[in-house]
Design a protein around this ligand. Structure first.
Ligand code: FES
Length: 141
């Protein structure tokens, strides 16, 4: 069996929604300290709906494929739905990732949550810190 699914290879070779949104409503950047890979997600949000999403990923093929499919999964969806996207769902949408590459899909979940947190903070929208366990401290004074 091939190490990577066709879907992973497709999203790695032809990533969707690559780029920057200059006037983004929320931007999230996360990194993995071990491998050094970095993922940045830009969200455009209108009336609670994610109308556009772009990403920049400096990382491995699985991280690029994870970002690409994650943007497809949340585009056009309510912010509340994007909040529930797990790394497992990202990996499943890619028809699986090798076990030692699962952490790459975690970056996608975290980058989206970081971008949503940025959106909440910029707009004074109340949120539950428990929903952002790994990011709340980055924004502490
Ligand atoms: Fe770092 Fe994949 S090896 S995100």
């Amino acid at each position: 069996m091939a190490l990577y699914s066709e879907k992973v290879m497709d999203h790695f070779r032809n990533p969707r929604n690559v780029g920057v949104i200059e006037d983004a409503d929320g931007v999230g950047e996360v990194g993995n300290a071990k491998c050094g890979d970095i993922m940045k997600i830009y969200l455009k949000i209108n009336g609670g709906i994610i109308t556009d999403v772009k990403f920049e990923t400096f990382g491995c093929g699985s991280a690029i494929a994870s970002s690409s499919i994650a943007t497809e999964l949340i585009k056009g969806k309510p912010v509340s739905e994007a909040m529930t996207l797990t790394n497992k769902a990202v990996a499943e949408a890619l028809d699986g990732l090798p076990a030692y590459k699962m952490h790459c899909s975690v970056l996608a979940e975290e980058a989206i949550k970081a971008a949503i947190l940025d959106y909440y903070e910029k707009n004074g929208i109340p949120y539950d810190e428990k929903d952002f366990p790994s990011f709340s401290c980055e924004h502490c004074d």
